[in-house]
Design a binder for this molecule. Structure first.
Ligand code: NAP
Length: 257
């Protein structure tokens, strides 16, 4: 890479923590950050999938480690924050990607559904930000990338409690940016369209749904985890120092049709 590009985009010497990094969009982002030079810590529940993802990263020459934790559990979040810096050093880049999506009509949602959704999709990103954000700010450099959804900006097919959390994540990002960008920490929300991952398997199983959603984009296709590589590198890199508090849609034009 030319020094012009590497000065802008290289992540060599940085440490990224990616929740949900064992699968789908999170894995796509973890691989991109790793291949741009960062050491990567993956956080998710299932150890076997974490190990598979870490091995895939190692196959790309990426230094990767894993922490198995249920982000719906505050004690497990505390374990993540206590343990993370012992792996490759202080975390410079936090990616809040892990989420659940309980797809039930609004009137059938239980309080447990609601609380579980808010815990994993909004409270965990908040608590991880509360831990890592001030540490990044004290060091004068950091990046927080929160993953939203079409439901961050509109209702979209049983948005339910998921929509509440994903709308909240945009507000969380703005609050984080307000607090820590003056100290070199940029914070942005990334909004995918419909991406073919395990999370969307229930929707993919509905006959015609995949094709109908692809037809609603300007690109004529649904998203893939690799579509998030370039934007993740940009948002994690020195190049995005003046880009903060924003909500960026990487959705093939889905949100503007
Ligand atoms: N796919 C789409 O079309 C789409 C669209 C808009 C937004 N998004 C957002 O993109 C992000 C990633 O979605 P994806 O489609 O890539 O999903 P995915 O392939 O199902 O991956 C979800 C990841 O989150 C982890 N996870 C889930 N619940 C967790 C918990 N309680 N504690 C810790 N880790 C947990 C999963 O691992 P374990 O299950 O092993 O814990 C997995 O690594 C989410 O924020 C989602 O809302 C996706």
């Amino acid at each position: 890479m030319s020094s012009y590009l590497s000065d802008m985009f290289s992540l060599v010497g940085r440490v990224a923590l990616v929740t949900g990094g064992s699968s789908g969009i999170g894995y796509g982002i973890a691989e991109a950050l790793g291949r741009a030079g960062a050491a990567v810590v993956l956080v998710a529940r299932r150890e076997e999938r974490l190990a598979t993802a870490a091995a895939a990263l190692a196959g790309h020459g990426v230094r990767a480690a894993t922490i198995s934790a249920d982000l719906g559990d505050r004690a497990a979040i505390a374990r993540v924050t206590e343990h993370a810096a012992s792996l490759f050093g202080e975390v410079d880049i936090l990616v809040n990607d892990a989420a659940n999506n309980i797809r039930r009509p609004m009137a059938e949602l239980t309080l447990d559904d609601y609380e579980q959704t808010i815990a994993v999709n909004l409270t965990a990103p908040y608590l991880l930000g509360q831990h890592f954000g001030p540490r990044m700010a004290a060091r004068g450099w950091g990046r927080i990338i929160n993953i939203g959804s079409q439901q961050s900006i509109r209702a979209f097919g049983d948005s339910g409690a998921y929509g509440v959390a994903k709308a909240g994540i945009c507000g969380l990002t703005r609050s984080q940016a307000e607090a820590w960008t003056p100290h070199g920490v940029t914070c942005n929300t990334l909004i995918p369209g419909f991406v073919l991952t395990p999370l969307t398997e229930p929707a993919q199983a509905i006959p015609g749904r995949v094709e109908a959603l692809a037809a609603r984009t300007m690109t004529g296709r649904n998203g893939l985890p690799t579509d998030f590589a370039a934007i993740a590198i940009l948002l994690a890199s020195p190049a995005s120092a003046y880009l903060t508090g924003q909500t960026l849609c990487v959705d093939g034009g889905f949100s503007v049709t």
